[in-house]
Design a protein around this ligand. Sequence first.
Ligand code: NAD
Length: 301
Amino acid sequence: MSQNQNIGFIGLGTMGAPMAKQILKKGFSLFVYDICHEAMEPLLEAGAKKAKSIRDIAETCNIIITMLPDTPDVKKVLLGENGVIEYAKKGTTVIDMSTISPSVTEEIAEKLEKKGINMLDAPVSGGPKMAEEGNLSIMVGGQKEVFEKCLPILECMGKTIVYMGSHGSGQIVKLCNQIICVLNIQAICEALSLARSKNIDLPKVIEALKGGAAGSWMMENMAPRIIKGDASAGFKIRLQVKDIRLALELAEKEKVPLPATSLVKNLYLEAMAHGEENNGNQALFRVYERLTGRSLKYGGD
Ligand code: NAD
């Protein structure tokens, strides 16, 4: 793929901004847009061009990347009034990297394809730090030849990039990823709560467990934050609840019981009820603190 192509990036939040920076770094010509104008500033300083609107991006760019919060946001930007579908040229490719509904992804792809616009669903795993390093995992659905054409752009942002199959299959795999992540966080919170009840040194618990069979990315990255009492985002609880909801919706449609995932969803709802929707998803530890009446903070009461 030539560096001369115009790439548009819509949605420059926690993840979109560092991902867009990686594309710029590789020398592509990048146009950016976000409804929150301040979100564009760091990208403009780094050399991106400012788009005035979604229409501006659609008329200027051959590849359009979206990194938006939820299904309705992606639908509005791609299919809504003054959206991408109205102004994009035939042959344009949309790469949606947000985590959204797999079935709505299929609907959007079908509508765009009727207008000669290709679409890939390419949700990501890994937080803002991995995005800054260009080390995300990316799981991709859509036509294989479109995937192959877009690979050089995906390679700016990710290290593990796997083609999964037809439209929506990237999103399905991302929901599987989320099931494993939330159950892992919950397991860590439960184990630390039990250790805390007997006043066992929590940093040593992590040190002992992370090198063994209980070790994981979450144990490595989130357990230390939990025992520091660090609830800050990262990946916000409200987005995690959205992902669990999408997994449970798919599971219900396919008649697949997900008992553990349902349980964790309720624990996250408890966190939401306590006003924690913008905390990071590791803040599930606060739910356990409320359940046990004990702080998990190292040195806490
Ligand atoms: P975020 O809320 O930080 O950023 C979203 C951005 O989209 C914001 O800047 C917002 O202003 C912009 N936006 C919203 N509606 C818009 C519109 N109509 N037009 C233009 N811009 C619009 O969210 P995030 O954490 O970057 O997550 C984005 C997506 O990536 C979500 O689907 C999330 O589930 C997924 N994700 C997040 C993480 C993470 O660690 N934060 C990791 C993997 C995947």
